[in-house]
Design a binder for this molecule. Structure first.
Ligand code: C2E
Ligand code: CA
Ligand code: CA
Length: 592
């Protein structure tokens, strides 16, 4: 301030009024432009050689000229000083609101470069400040704030709740003692090296941050199974196992992980991070190189699901699957015309597991393709075995999962199975659901058409629970509608459900479709559906899903004469093929 060049500026800045710099310059200009007028006035005052009239005239002209000149000067100055006031305003708005300046940058004089340099300097400064506030100095990893922002954005944009988002809190065990014995410098190098390994070897869609000290957090998106989460946790632990060589010293470390998974453990990053940290600090984690899921109940559930996923992988090889068959009967005669093949899984550890539980898991981890193919093969082979045993031929209805319909070679696979088992195509029906067709309409349509061209009947399962779009009913080569059990359950008592059921039946009839009602449990339901003109009935009223041998009894022709009893016995024993024919499956996969 005391710099000699600033004496005028510093004296002016002491003035209370006008406050602004522009105002002060204007004041100086105002005074400056009045100097000629004042000089003239003084001259007239001290010299007596002019008449009063002349004096007044000259002074008035001078005054008018001065006022006009002053006005023009002040106006021009106001505009010329704009670069300074704009720059000052831009700096203030960056300071207050972090808004980057928008100033013209095409001028090259001092005022122009003032604006250009301000813009450039603030932009550079902003990058540096951002780096300082968003990233960790030591490891260059994102810090907690940036991590939170990233995770929250990712969580909001998750395509659906089938996508898991895992947040893993990682702690280096005994970091403090490493720091104390080898020194803070080695400690810092170690943290840097850990950060680098977590980033480069942690797998895809991995976002690593340093929470502070020796704690890191890792967010992983695009996961679909808990098994995948545990695989990633194991990868993280493994990547830290090999020795770190720092300044010639070999250092081995271990880490512990706490895991929280969205949507189960929260849908906001703060709760996920907190739950992951809670899991990390649970007493069970004392063992190094261990990971712990959040919450004991959740943990138990996840462990169970994990166990199920693991067991499911080997279930096919171990022959743990078998099929039960539920008869479908003609509504008016009670004659069995078809059976639906329903998967059953008995696992030595888990016991019987419902298909409603394991099929979604098999769909998520991609096993459903193989399992579905197995089920189709066994069902066809079973139907052929019944026919070969001389039982009246019936249709075999097999459920297809969405994943199977997505397989480009499904039709080929089905026709190979038919060929292999020797089953006539007329005795196979496939059940698909509405949601499956809506996912990828064009592809589903093409696949279903191929199946239809082979001569296979197609049934639309669980009708009424999904989109129930009329247009695809017309376009898809569907032969049968299966009215979902939820409508049939209280069709007699619930007016809404009976209205829906009647509408579905009327619709199916207008499209010349065959109608099956699922889940019929009572005489009243049966009578109601008969009256509505439903074609086929399936449900506990007639029979639950039962083993193949029991179905053979259903299909048995009228008893043979007593003397032929032994033959009947032989026939029955023929009608059931073993439920775990892995040898057949191997044989099927490698045709001779
Ligand atoms: P879904 O295809 O709708 O099969 C009908 C389900 O309803 C079966 O359950 C059957 O046991 C049950 N059910 C039949 N009648 C009645 C009744 O009168 N009352 C009651 N309360 N229930 C009845 P399940 O066997 O537990 O199968 C559940 C689901 O698992 C099936 O529903 C199907 O979506 C799926 N599933 C079963 N086997 C397979 C398969 O081989 N492949 C595929 N992709 N999915 C299968
Ligand atoms: Ca079904
Ligand atoms: Ca169904």
């Amino acid at each position: 301030m005391n710099s000699p060049n600033l004496w005028l500026y510093s004296s002016l800045s002491r003035l209370q009024q006008p406050k602004s710099y522009k105002g002060k310059i204007m004041l100086v200009a105002f005074v400056g432009t009045h100097i000629p007028l004042l000089t003239l006035l003084l001259y007239f005052l001290i010299s007596n050689s002019f008449s009063l009239e002349m004096t007044i005239r000259v002074l008035v002209i001078a005054l008018v000229a001065t006022l006009v000149g002053t006005g023009c000067t002040l106006c021009a100055l106001h505009h010329l000083l704009l670069p300074v006031s704009l720059t000052s305003r831009a700096l203030q708005s960056y300071l207050r609101e972090k808004k980057l300046p928008q100033l013209p940058t095409q001028f090259t004089d001092e005022a122009g470069t003032l604006m250009t340099d301000t813009v450039q300097t603030i932009k550079k400064l902003d990058v540096v400040i951002q780096r300082l506030t968003d990233y960790d100095d030591l490891t260059d990893l994102p810090n907690r704030d940036l991590f939170r922002n990233y995770c929250q954005k990712t969580l909001i944009n998750l395509p659906n709740d089938k996508h898991l988002f895992a947040v893993i809190a990682l702690n280096i065990n005994n970091f403090r003692s490493i720091n104390n014995t080898l020194g803070a410098r080695i400690g810092d190098l170690l943290l840097k090296a850990v950060a680098e390994r977590l980033v480069t070897n942690g797998g895809q869609n991995n976002y690593v941050c340093r929470l502070g000290n020796d704690e890191f957090a890792i967010a992983i998106s695009h996961l679909t199974t808990i098994e995948a989460v545990t695989e990633r946790a194991e990868t993280l632990l493994k990547t830290l196992l090999p020795a770190f060589i720092l300044e010639g010293k070999e250092i081995y470390i271990s880490a512990s992980l706490g895991i929280a998974v969205s949507p189960n453990d929260g849908s906001h990053i703060d709760s996920l991070l907190q739950n992951a940290t809670t899991a990390l600090n649970q007493p069970q984690r004392c063992e190094p190189n261990r990971y712990q899921f959040y919450g004991s109940e959740m943990n138990a559930q996840l462990q169970k699901r994990l166990l199920m996923e693991n067991q499911l992988r080997q279930a096919l090889e171990r022959g743990e699957f078998f099929l039960h068959y539920q008869p479908r009967v003609k509504a008016h005669t009670g004659q069995v015309v078809a059976v639906e093949a329903l998967l059953r899984w008995h696992n030595p550890i888990l016991g019987m597991v419902s298909p409603a539980v394991f099929i979604p898991i098999a769909e998520a981890n991609g096993l459903i393709g193989e399992i579905g193919e197995w089920a189709l093969y066994i069902a066809c082979a079973q139907n052929k075995a019944w026919q070969s045993a001389g039982l009246p031929p019936i249709r075999m209805s097999v459920n297809l999962s969405a994943q199977q319909v997505k397989q480009p070679n499904l039709a080929e696979q089905v026709s190979q199975i038919l060929e292999k088992t020797g089953l006539d195509v007329a005795y196979l029906e496939l059940e698909v659901t509405e949601s499956l067709m809506m996912e990828n309409v064009q592809q589903a349509l093409a696949t279903l058409q191929q199946l239809h061209e082979l001569g296979i009947m197609l049934a639309l399962d669980d009708f009424g629970t999904g989109y129930s779009s009329l247009s695809y009913l017309r376009h898809f080569p569907i032969d049968t509608l299966k009215i979902d059990r939820s409508f049939v359950t209280d069709v007699v008592t619930n007016l809404d459900n009976s209205a829906i059921t009647n509408a579905i039946i009327a619709l199916a009839k207008s499209l010349y479709l065959n109608i099956t009602a699922e889940g019929v449990e009572t005489q009243e339901q049966l009578e109601y559906l008969q009256a509505q003109g439903c074609h086929e009935i399936q449900g506990y009223y007639f029979s639950p899903p039962i083993p193949a041998e029991a179905i053979a009894d259903f299909l048995q022709p009228p008893p043979l004469p007593l003397s032929d009893n032994s033959q009947e016995y032989n026939q029955r024993s023929l009608t059931h093929i073993t439920p775990t024919p892995i040898s057949q499956l191997v044989h099927y996969h490698s045709p001779d």
